[in-house]
Write a protein that binds this ligand. Structure first.
Ligand SMILES: [Zn+2]
Length: 198
């Protein structure tokens, strides 16, 4: 019987080839292989020399990547829940009621080009999996696709936005204080986001 608990998974990239042990260097192409067994997901990374020797072995998914040296840790500033930190938290919690939220967060991060979809696979038990890679770290995110209908999608998106704006990250509010300067076109001015780009 398959272990249903491990629906989501984040798998780190190896620092070295899983076959010959050679350490990867920055910008080196390599091949990742994802397998699924009763023990859960397994990820292995291979250098381009070793890959042809294992390419025929069975795998759930295979993709090519470029090795990136891990970025330095971000400075400890104000803890702010982002789509990424929320995704990591929910995946770690591993609760079925978060399935839709986790999926929407992954889609949001993909639109922002932080996650790259590497593959889509259907597991033996029929579960559709989207396999994403986190661009900065080459980590693998295995995210089941709940195949939401449009109405559900809208509802979940609203929930996610609410979760993201719940902390010390207030949504851009309409200005409450009024200025005393004469506003020539106050009536026509949209009370939305400030446009201080230039
Ligand atoms: Zn190797």
């Amino acid at each position: 019987m398959l272990n249903q608990k491990q629906d989501w998974e984040i798998r780190s990239r190896s620092e070295s080839c899983n076959r010959c042990g050679k350490e990867f260097v920055d910008n080196e192409p390599f091949v990742s292989r994802l397998t699924f067994s009763e023990e859960g997901y397994g990820r292995e990374d291979f250098c381009m020399e070793c890959w042809p020797q294992v390419a025929d072995e069975p795998a759930l998914s295979v993709w090519h990547s470029i090795f990136r040296l891990p970025p330095p840790p971000p400075p400890e500033t104000v803890k702010r829940e982002t789509a990424e930190s929320l995704l990591r938290k929910l995946v770690a919690e591993d609760r079925p009621e978060h399935a839709n939220t986790i999926y929407i967060l992954a889609v949001m991060l993909e639109r922002r080009r932080l996650l790259v979809e590497k593959d889509v696979q259907v597991r033996e038990d029929g579960l559709k999996l989207r396999i994403y890679e986190y661009r900065k770290t080459n980590e693998t995110f295995v995210i089941p696709d709940p195949e939401l209908k449009l109405a559900e999608l809208t509802h979940v998106q609203e929930e996610v936005v609410a979760m993201l704006s719940g902390n010390d990250n207030p949504p851009p509010a309409e200005p409450t204080e009024t200025t005393n300067a004469p506003a020539e076109s106050a009536a026509a001015a949209p009370a939305t986001l400030p446009q201080g780009e230039s």
